[in-house]
Every structure is written in C-alpha cells, then in structure tokens.
Design a protein around this ligand. Structure first.
Ligand code: PLP
Length: 450
C-alpha cells in the first residue's frame, strides 16, 4: 500500500524515530516485514521463532485472519465514535469481556488504550469508591509508564522518574521463594507457612500505613517481567481476606498474565479468587490493535451513579480495537487456545526442568502455563545472579545474540531469560527453541563457578 524499499526501512527509521526505553545511540532494531503463526520475518527474509509473543502480547499468534477481517469490517462500517456515544461493538465487547471475568463478577467495563491507563483508571476508581488515597503495590512490579502507573510500579523503572510521580503509593515485598529474604535460613518451609509469612508482612505494612487510608492493593497476579513469580497457594486467598478485613479494593493487574497466558483466562483463577477489579491489555486484542480495560464489580461502578467519574479518553472504546478484542475472544474460545496453553504448559515445564538439570548456570526455572522463566546464576549454592541487580552483563548479551543469530527471538531481563511464546505454539516448535537455548546456555555455563 505504501512504498518503501526494504533496505531503506532501517536507515529511514534511524533518522526519524525516537525510541522508547533506549539510549538513542545504541538502538539497532530488527526491521520486521511480516509475521504468521509463531514466526516473524525480517526484511532480509530471516525467520525468527517468537519466544516472547513480541512484547508478551500476541497471544493467539500472528496473522490471524478472523481478527484482521473483523478490524477491516469495523473500519469500513464505523471506525470511530465519540466516548459519550455507544456502538454495537461497544455493547458486544463489554459483554464479551465481562463474560470471561472470574464468576462473571466484574460486569462493568471501562476501556482504555493500554495497560498503563487501565491501571491509572483503576486507581482513580478505587480512590473514588473508598474515599481513601493510598495504593499498595509490590516492589517487583511493573504497572506502566505513565506517571501514576509508574508511581505504582515497584521496579527500577520507577526510580528513574522519582520524585515527580503520583503520591500515595507504598510498596511491599513479593512472595519470591527462590530469593526470599525471610527464608534464607529456612528454605524448606512449607508452602502454606511461606505464604502466611508474606501475608503477615503485608498486614504489617497495612497497619503501618494506616488501613483507613488505603484505597487499593494492586498486584500482578503472576509477576511478569520482574521474575514470573508465581504466588504460593494461599497467598492470593490471603490478600483477598486482608482486603475484605480492612475495606481495601483488590485490583489484579492481568495485563501480562491474562488471556490464557497461564492456562486459564486470568491467572487469578488458579487460586479461586475474585478481585474487585482487574486490569488487562496485551492479550485482550492479542496486540492486533491497542486496547486496555478495567473490569470492575458493579458496586464500584455504582459509587459513581450520582457522582461524576472525572476521567476519560478520546479513544476509549475505539471501535477497531473493540472489533479486534471481540474477534480475539471468539478465536480463543473456538480454537480452545486457553486449554492448549494449559497443555503446552506441561510440555514447557518438562523442557525447562530438563534444561535446568543440564546447565550449571541455571539456578531455577519456573512456569505457569506458557509463562516461563530461566534464572541464571554464577553459583548454584550462593544463588549469586549472573548479572547484578538492575544491570546487564556481557554473558547475557551474548546469550541473547546467540539466540537471535539462530532465529530465536527471546527476551532477557537482568539475569533472566523469559519464555512467553504465542499460545498456539506446538510441542515441536517449543523443542526447536529449546534446542537453540541448550546450545546458547554453554555461554553462561562457561562463567559459572558451580
Ligand atoms: C503487568 C503489566 N502491567 C501494565 C503494563 C503496561 O501496559 P502498556 O504498556 O500497555 O501501557 C505492562 C506492560 O508491559 C505490564 O506487563
């Protein structure tokens, strides 16, 4: 449709694009040309196996005809309507999203443009509903790059922007068993006691901050980029109980963990918990169009029956994005993608475990469904990470380069490698990726002391 020779895409981009999360001089992007299934191709026709679903978001895989056609049809019918109007697709999309929430209990939907503004709006709603102002989040969390979502974020991306962020956020620790501060001398503690220790820690923070000041606890149901930290059994149930006890709104950020990623529609379902609000984005449209959402219990929405909700977005409920979402949910249902992800999660678990046994530089592997991680260490005994906190290392860069050179697209973060492929991946494709990883890990093994 638009003409530009393949070999001019990269130079022209370098001339005019300002890159996010990057020092501008260091950027060397892949110039992507097309994508299908679990693969994408660059302008030189080099094929990559996508082990990160691009940005952990192309859940149903690339090039899905049904979603593309739904967006095309919506663009032809009505590409945009004002936020105060409604449309057929807005009615259908709201019902579709409400229908997949746990127990269908979060029946009111506010559509946003992505995950950050979903979290920002969830915070506003919780503050309005409770008439309290504080928000508790965890240190190993990422909730988005806008000022409020960044304040809620616990990880170092927040530190870079302090002190000019939204006020009123306090952080607590994640139940991260492999590196648990509380259990260095007691690593064999039962799962139940482990969960309880972290709930006690959270309750202590609630009391110190003043329960009567806390509007919401906002947590990723499974922590994503900061470690694929899977909560121990009892933890989410315990957070729910604390929220009920102290009148705090429980918000689960399912931006990365939702839409089948863990083998359930939403990760929180693994623990039978119904939060008061859930935020979502990424897999909501499988990234075919930008869209986020806040799903909330009706009583939260009702708090604004007579009071104005002071918030809005020009592109809320954008029809083309909503068409992508409705088609995406239908595709997930028709092709039983959530069930497939759960099944492939078993295969991923075995592959990760075998890899962990074969490579001394692997300290631990974890996964829930197709949400997986490899933690690389210098020494298995001391668990010293291969890369220091919030930095990168020559070995991690070499590991990633080895994979990319051989056509495996993978995301590395500090001392970890994440395995977050499209949910349609099959066993052979998973094995292809692991064969490359198996070779690549010789690089990290070579600097390992253990
Ligand atoms: C858990 C989580 N929450 C929120 C966000 C922010 O979403 P967005 O980039 O769409 O604003 C992300 C993005 O990676 C995320 O992983």
């Amino acid at each position: 449709m638009f003409d530009l020779p393949d070999d001019e895409i990269l130079p022209l981009s370098k001339e005019h694009v300002f890159w996010t999360w990057s020092a501008q001089a260091n950027v060397n992007p892949i110039a992507v040309k097309r994508a299908q299934g679990v693969y994408f191709w660059d302008v030189n026709d080099k094929r990559y196996l996508d082990f990160n679903s691009m940005t952990m978001c192309v859940n149903v895989g690339h090039g899905n005809e049904k979603i593309i056609k739904a967006m095309q049809a919506q663009a032809a019918e009505l590409p945009y309507a004002a936020p105060g109007m409604t449309t057929k697709i807005r009615a259908l999309a709201s019902r579709a999203v409400a229908g997949i929430t746990p127990n269908q209990a979060l029946s009111k939907i506010l559509f946003t443009l992505g995950g950050a503004d979903a979290n920002e709006n969830a915070i506003k709603l919780a503050r309005g509903y409770t008439k309290r102002h504080k928000i508790l989040t965890r240190y190993r969390s990422y909730h988005g790059a806008s000022a409020g979502a960044m304040a809620a974020t616990g990880d170092p991306r927040r530190v870079a922007w302090e002190p000019n962020l939204m006020s009123g956020v306090a952080h607590f620790l994640d139940p991260y068993r492999y590196r648990s501060t509380f259990h260095r001398l007691n690593p064999n503690i039962s799962e139940e006691d482990f969960a309880q220790d972290y709930l006690n820690h959270l309750e202590e923070i609630i009391l110190y901050e003043g329960a009567e000041t806390i509007a919401a606890i906002l947590i990723e149901s499974v922590t994503g980029t900061n470690g694929v930290i899977i909560p121990p059994n009892g933890y989410m149930q315990g957070v729910r109980k604390l929220c009920d006890q102290y009148g705090i709104v429980m918000i689960c950020d399912e931006v990365m963990s939702g839409f089948g990623r863990t083998g359930k529609w939403f990760a929180v379902e693994h623990w039978g918990v119904v939060p008061d609000m859930m935020t979502m984005a990424k897999g909501l449209t499988s990234a075919y169009a930008p869209l986020g959402a806040v799903a909330m219990k009706p009583e939260i929405a009702s708090a604004f029956d007579e009071r104005v909700f002071e918030g809005g977005l020009t592109y809320t409920s954008h029809p083309i994005s909503l068409a992508a979402a409705v088609a995406n949910i239908e595709v997930m249902r028709e092709e039983k993608i959530v069930e497939h992800a759960a099944q492939m999660g078993g295969v991923l678990h075995k592959l990760l475990t075998d890899l962990g046994e074969a490579h001394p530089s692997i300290g631990e592997v974890r996964n829930l469904g197709l949400f997986g991680i490899i933690e690389l260490v210098k020494n298995r005994e001391t668990k010293e990470p291969l890369t220091a906190w919030n930095s990168s290392s020559a070995e991690m860069a070499a590991l990633r380069k080895y994979c990319l050179d051989r056509g495996l697209f993978i995301y590395t973060h500090w001392h970890t490698a994440l395995i977050i492929p499209p949910l349609i991946i099959d066993e052979n494709q998973l094995r292809d990726g692991f064969a490359i990883l198996d070779e690549a890990l010789k690089i990290t093994d070579s600097v390992c002391e253990g």
